[in-house]
Design a protein around this ligand. Sequence first.
Ligand SMILES: C[S@@+](CC[C@H](N)C(=O)[O-])C[C@H]1O[C@@H](n2cnc3c(N)ncnc32)[C@H](O)[C@@H]1O
Length: 257
Amino acid sequence: MSNYDILGNIAIVKFDRNTKLSQKKKIALELMKKHKNVRTVLEKIDKVSGRLRTQKTRYIGGERTREAFYRENGCVFRLNVDSCYFSPRLGSERLELARKVKKDENVLVMFGGVAPYAIVIAKNAKPKNVISVELGRECCKYAVENVKKNKLEGKVEIIQGDVGKKVPKLKEKFDRIIMARPNLKEPFLDVAFKKIKSRGQVHYYGFYGLKEENKLRELIKEETKKARKKIKIIKIKKAGEIGKRKFRWRMDFKILN
Ligand SMILES: C[S@@+](CC[C@H](N)C(=O)[O-])C[C@H]1O[C@@H](n2cnc3c(N)ncnc32)[C@H](O)[C@@H]1O
């Protein structure tokens, strides 16, 4: 077995190439024995792909379900692991960002998924409001349910649709914008620059190689110039490995004008 993720009741395993089905079933039983919460074992059979960043899984053992119940940072989430992107590996990222949020901030999460960033922020900080924008309809259904489950109605708003179309229509500007971007081309920074307050902060995720953070710096520099903005880079960090020598980078920057 190469690696696995546990999302509450579901373990998703990426098996080594030549693993036979009988071995997979045996490993599934071992996993369920070792992790008492795990009742379902699925095999990850495809990379995360498409605009909605979904993955395909194959049933290996336990209860036949794709619906996960997951706890993180004092919050609960329900989601379908095949139709919604979700990474438990980003739990510490979410908490790190939540800890930066000051009282009464207006926060926007672009590419919100089932709303883990929005909910972890609203639960662990004291923002005025958090808006989470996500394209996937099914993701948004779960996001709305997750807001209710965490008793954050009135604090977290879910908007279904394309960030490029929905965000420009929002009336307010934001103190903080989290761009939990998919690993796709469009940077959407022009959209963020139009909605961030002066002195506000942007947390931008991009995907580059181990020593390619300069590409990220260049992109931000270019987009900043296009938008006629001035920024101060606060931090740039690796926020997880997404494949062989490919990393999720996060850049935090402040808008100066
Ligand atoms: C990397 S996932 C992040 C999801 C979530 N923030 C999380 O951490 O679980 C990117 C999300 O962006 C959504 N997405 C892709 N293109 C979009 C667009 N143009 N507008 C809004 N959401 C989009 C996908 O459906 C996916 O859920």
